[in-house]
Design a protein around this ligand. Structure first.
Ligand code: PLP
Length: 395
């Protein structure tokens, strides 16, 4: 039988990226002890008051159909939150609620892109971005994110890759996997390129609440001159340790939301009212769990840096936000994949090869900071031993 081309485009992206993680899971299933630093999930459960609110809402009969935009109370709460944080007014007709950032980006790209269009995206990038772009038929144009700039996207790198087909500049701040946070100046410069070439700016801000102390978060939504071309997507997955609730949103110009609305209706016919009620509570007050995660993840990044910096030429890139740290293993002469496979086989530590996130992280590793300090310390010891042994062999 014949299938639509999109199935082939997505299937080709394949599971190779997850090779080390899959191997680690197989080893664990065989009863072997593995320290798993591959994927990052919040290290605490969702706040109990959110679970209680969802349960209350279900018991109160909030279980019927909703609508394609989202429950009015939630949409209004989001408009209020963005108005307060972004320093300019947002209204309910600029918001659409969708199941998570992932679906929000899917729908946003469906609204903005088609075959023949080009979208500029930072390399390295979050592992699902290729698929999000491939589903539209548009062409991905990677923009190198340079370690010497703290992996913050540079406007001149974008400008050098603009063509008449460029349609969207895709930002992710705070960034996964690098933990970089774009500054207002970066956004102003990137925004000037977007305006000069009439590009949309789509910004994945799912880690907004996990910014480390002293780092200023800024969104392209903050810049009034970008208002007509900026769309942001986020959710409560990270901020409230609630990824399984699948509750997110997209916010942008009212016309953009109006264009996306029929797509949302077609895909979903509305989200769950009881999830909307718990999300309304979540976004109306400061998160009770985000500050603790920030403190723990920042501390663990410090632990890694103290244990590994300079050992056999390794360098830790400390994040400014989020759940991950990067380790530069290029001095060992191995690729990230080769290093990670050896580390897993010889020392039972599973990390993501940088190559899983694009060419920009060849010879790097990404480590999740979501396991307890003692395991981070043990993993760091084993990484140091592995790198030192490799160096000995090379000498
Ligand atoms: C950069 C980035 N965007 C989006 C997502 C998905 O978020 P959500 O659970 O809101 O769909 C993740 C999850 O890890 C992520 O790291």
């Amino acid at each position: 039988m014949r299938y639509a081309g999109v199935t082939e485009r997505l299937a080709k992206l394949g599971s190779a990226k997850w090779e080390v993680h899959t191997l680690a899971r197989e080893m664990k299933a065989e009863g072997r002890a593995v320290i798993e630093l591959t994927i990052g999930e919040p290290d605490v459960p969702p706040p109990p008051q959110l679970i209680e609110e969802a349960a209350r809402a279900m018991a109160d009969g909030r279980t019927g159909y909703s609508n394609g935009r989202g429950e009015p109370l939630l949409v209004t709460a989001l408009a209020r939150r963005y108005s307060a944080r972004r320093g300019r007014p947002f209204s309910a007709d600029q918001v659409i609620c969708l199941p998570g950032t992932q679906t929000s980006l899917y729908a946003a790209f469906r609204t903005l892109l088609g075959p023949g269009d080009e979208i500029l995206v930072g390399d390295p990038m979050y592992a699902t971005y290729e698929g999000l772009i491939a589903q539209t038929g548009a062409t991905m144009v990677p923009v190198p994110l340079r370690p010497e700039r703290g992996f913050r996207m540079a406007a001149e790198d974008v400008a050098a890759r603009i063509t008449p087909r460029s349609r969207v500049l895709f930002l992710n701040t705070p960034h996964n996997p690098t933990g970089a946070v774009l500054r207002r100046d970066d956004l102003a410069a990137l925004g000037a390129v977007a305006r000069a070439h009439d590009l949309w700016i789509v910004s994945d801000e799912v880690y907004e609440e996990l910014v480390f102390p002293g780092v200023p978060f800024a969104s392209p939504l903050d810049l009034p001159e970008l208002a007509e071309r900026t769309v942001a997507a986020a959710s409560i997955s990270k901020s409230h340790a609630a990824p399984g609730f699948r509750s997110g949103w997209v916010i942008g110009p009212a016309e953009f939301a109006a264009r996306l609305l029929p797509l949302s209706e077609t895909m979903l016919f509305g989200s769950q009212p009881f999830i909307a009620d718990m999300t309304t509570l979540a976004v109306s007050e400061p998160s009770p769990v985000a500050p603790g995660m920030v403190e723990r993840f920042a501390h663990r990044a410090d632990l890694l840096a103290q244990a590994l910096d300079g050992v056999a030429g390794l360098q830790v890139h400390k994040p400014e936000a989020g759940m991950f740290a990067l380790v530069d293993v290029r001095a060992t002469g191995l690729s990230g994949r080769e290093f990670a496979l050896g580390l897993l086989a010889d020392h039972g530590v599973a990390v993501m090869p940088g190559e899983s996130f694009g060419d920009g992280l060849k010879g790097w590793l990404r480590l999740s900071l979501t396991v307890e300090d003692a395991l981070i310390a043990r993993a760091a010891d084993r990484i140091a031993t592995h790198a030192t042994k490799l160096k000995g062999k090379a000498a």
